[in-house]
Design a protein around this ligand. Sequence first.
Ligand SMILES: O=C(O)[C@@H](O)C(=O)CO
Ligand SMILES: [Mg+2]
Length: 292
Amino acid sequence: MPKFAANLSTLYPELPFLDRIAAAAADGFDAVECQLPYDWPAEVLAERLAAAGLPLVLFNAPPAGTDAASIARAWADGARGLAALATPSSGREAEFQAGIALALHYAQVLRCPRIHVMSGLLPSDQPNTPHDTWVHNLRWAADRAAPLGIDLLIEPINGKRDMPGYALQHQASAHALIEAVNRPNLRLQLDLYHCQIMDGDLAHHLQHAAARNHLGHVQIAGVPSRHEPDVGEVNFAHLLQLLDALGPEVRWSGYVGAEYRPARGAVPQGTHDGLGWLRAARSAPSAPLAAR
Ligand SMILES: O=C(O)[C@@H](O)C(=O)CO
Ligand SMILES: [Mg+2]
């Protein structure tokens, strides 16, 4: 079975953020990931991770802003990335680059090998993505991350419900962008929840991303509720077996991020009580399936 990372931004809402790390360890997760770590100094997070004995395997670059306060404000105001938006004439290139520099600092202190770089929301009067800007910004960021051994990820996110107007919504667009940027450390964050809503055909998309050697990281949640992955229309047990069958020539993280909102919300033990899917995955036979 793949290794599982608890997404601290969505799991354990019943606990203060820093305490979620120890809770994930106690529940048997192999790692943690999160969306925005910038409210806490990197050194404080590093101490908590070391105490729990878990690695941080993924977090997001700032969606906009350049320090903890401006990043939090930008997120609350609806900013969802700058990679597709920061044209030279927008005056936002410096902000994008400062955000990447901050993310790389966190990744080094936290020994985190991958960063998700969000693309942004397209203005309704400009629904076409400025492709050259996107390629230029991702190439600039990938070239700063490469000497540090860090992969950057892009993630198609559904615009039907969760993020209307998001610049990157489909798997095919992400593969085309990765090829246009043409840097080996720019890879795909395949969130199977978003993929099911926008593109379907999950086994195909998973195997296609692996075959093109674009697959960097995988995330799961039940569809359509975005609750526990064992509730809803997707057969995650099957998809996890397909992941298990990927060979060593496919350079993906090996981690599956559990990025869902626990159905029981913030009640005590709410996250723990919903982890039946994790226990089932652990006890499933890991006999590789033939690719199909
Ligand atoms: O799926 C998501 O929403 C996340 O992976 C993310 O990074 C942006 O919110
Ligand atoms: Mg995701």
